[in-house]
Design a protein around this ligand. Structure first.
Ligand code: Z5A
Length: 211
């Protein structure tokens, strides 16, 4: 793989989608070949699995839910991410494997070692690893205010969980950032959109291929 694979992670309302879009626009304007995508989703099959996972209401077992996230990811990687990286492009992905570890491993399964082990095993089957992961961090009150301000109405299965769940998810991201400290860059995302974007660009710029 010769391209650059960037992921954005963090809790809901941290500003991942906003920052991913602005970063993609900036890099495209500089002449880079950029694919902006998201998980779960990014291909027709993975988007169908996204709908099932976020809004299906089927009450999947915990292991089945993890495997469904990885089924979507496998399709996304094989059909979209890996080919783009092989062409030397930049992939910016809104959430990736760290979200499965944080939400399913720490949030839903309370850090159960067996579940974290399953996630690690499945992660080992994914042939790409992000070169750089931005961990966007905001206090819960800031995230809640942003989500309330958005007011788009449709609440997914994870957003509907309570504060204790989201605190475990935040703890999961913290554990990942400490473990994978070279790949993960923690970003204080409570500032203005422009300030946060500048922090991301300062880190990405030295890593870019020549446009
Ligand atoms: N999930 C999982 O469980 N397991 C997995 O393996 C994966 C995902 C891959 C995906 O939902 C859900 O799937 C997610 C985790 C789970 N559920 N949760 N919770 P999603 O992708 O639709 O939702 P999200 O990732 O949580 O995104 P979000 O709620 O849209 O938040 P965001 O992308 O971090 O924020 P945003 O959309 O960029 O901004 C939110 C609002 O704040 C918006 O009105 C912005 O204009 C505003 N904003 C953004 N930045 C700022 C700043 N700096 N200042 C002020 N206002 C701001």
């Amino acid at each position: 793989m010769t391209g650059l694979f960037i992921t954005l992670e963090g809790g809901e309302g941290a500003g991942k989608s906003t920052q991913a879009r602005l970063l993609a626009e900036c890099l495209r304007a500089q002449g880079h070949d950029v694919d902006l995508t998201r998980e779960p989703g990014g291909t027709p099959g993975a988007e169908a699995l996204r709908e099932l996972l976020l809004f299906g209401g089927y009450g999947l077992s915990a292991r089945a839910e993890v495997m469904a996230h990885f089924a979507a990811r496998t399709d996304h990687v094989e059909q979209r991410i890996a080919p783009m990286l092989a062409r030397g492009g930049v992939v910016i992905c809104d959430r990736f494997t760290d979200s499965t570890e944080a939400y399913q491993g720490y949030g839903l399964s309370h850090g159960d070692p067996a579940m974290l082990g399953l996630i690690a095993t499945l992660r080992g089957l994914i042939p790409v690893v992000p070169d750089l992961t931005f961990m966007l961090e905001v206090p819960p009150a800031v995230a809640q205010a942003r989500l309330a301000g958005r007011g788009d109405g449709r609440t997914d299965r994870y957003e509907a969980e309570g504060a204790a769940f989201h605190a475990r998810v935040a703890g999961g991201f913290d554990a990942i950032a400490r473990r994978d400290a070279t790949r993960c860059r923690r970003i204080d995302a409570s500032g203005t959109t422009q300030d946060v974007q500048q922090a991301l660009r300062d880190i990405v710029t030295p890593l870019l291929p020549h446009a």
